[in-house]
Design a protein around this ligand. Structure first.
Ligand code: ADP
Length: 261
């Protein structure tokens, strides 16, 4: 029946015997689908009122000189918080769309060098000349995947590197073979992360320092979006970091994603 989801597990048992465990996870699956739908619906419903509020704030800000200096700081705060809420809602919608797609919807053969150059240009624009950003494309291999999803995952990593690296820092973007796999990595000389946070970084809304993340425009959803995109591509996220020294976030793509030359 399409309403029943079973989870099967085979465990070796004594010699030449196998234990087959069959679990009915339909209730769990149903709750998960309800949770996802709820988040998607709430985010969607919040979008319209927020657009209206943002629009009126814009209108007021265009009425030059009509806001009294006493009110201006409160007005600026309202604009900043509206922008922040819009960003969270957009990220929640992206996350629920990606979570709801069990498989890739828009797979194609991707030319990686233009995509990597695009990433570097976007990262430089975000950095506004505050960091040295360098691309090391050591291989020319191309991938099969979703252009939009991969650009989103990779630019999450590059924009985090920019946002968590103080001015004058270095950011190196590598595209290289590692055995049979191809690896995209972003190394920075930024604030780094204490080891005990690493296992939780891809959880929704997990932030090492929520104050700093908020100040840099973070929502705490970026790495969970990355995790789901990589799952679609059978790729792995690897994180190496040391507090105060910098971080290296890598995406390891399996051989089946690499296009033959
Ligand atoms: P955010 O929107 O808060 O940046 P992410 O999901 O992208 O959320 O990242 C989760 C947390 O991981 C961040 O809040 C930050 O504490 C930490 N983090 C991510 N990338 C880096 C990095 N390159 N350097 C230091 N900390 C990072």
């Amino acid at each position: 029946s399409p309403d029943i989801t079973l989870e099967l597990q085979i465990i070796p048992f004594a010699s030449k015997q196998r234990l087959l465990i069959c679990r009915d996870v339909s209730a769990l699956e149903k709750t998960e689908v309800m949770r996802r739908d709820f988040i998607a619906n709430v985010s969607h419903e919040l979008r319209t009122p927020l657009t209206v509020i943002g629009g009126f704030l814009e209108t007021i800000s265009d009425m030059q000189g009509e806001i009294s200096p006493d009110i201006q700081p409160y007005f600026d705060m309202m604009q900043a918080q509206t922008t922040r809420m819009r960003r969270i809602i957009e990220d929640l919608l992206t996350l629920s769309t990606i979570e709801n797609n069990a498989t890739l919807k828009d797979e194609s053969d991707l030319q990686m060098l233009p995509l990597l150059n695009q990433l570097v240009n976007d990262a430089r624009a975000l950095s506004q000349g505050q960091h040295t950003i360098t691309l090391h494309a050591e291989t020319t291999v191309n991938l099969r995947g979703s252009y939009n999803e991969l650009l989103s995952a990779m630019s999450n990593l590059t924009s985090n590197a920019v946002r968590y690296t103080p001015a004058q820092g270095h950011i190196d973007i590598d595209w290289q073979m590692r055995g049979e796999h191809v690896v995209f990595s972003v190394r920075d000389t930024g604030i780094g992360i204490d080891a005990h946070h690493l296992p939780r970084l891809t959880e929704r809304f997990y932030r090492v320092d929520s104050g700093r993340s908020r100040d840099t425009g973070g929502t705490g959803l970026g790495l969970s979006i990355v995790k789901h995109i990589l799952h679609h591509h059978q790729a792995q996220l690897q994180i190496e970091s040391e507090a105060g020294q910098g971080s290296c976030f890598s995406i390891v793509f399996p051989p089946q994603r690499i296009l033959s030359a």
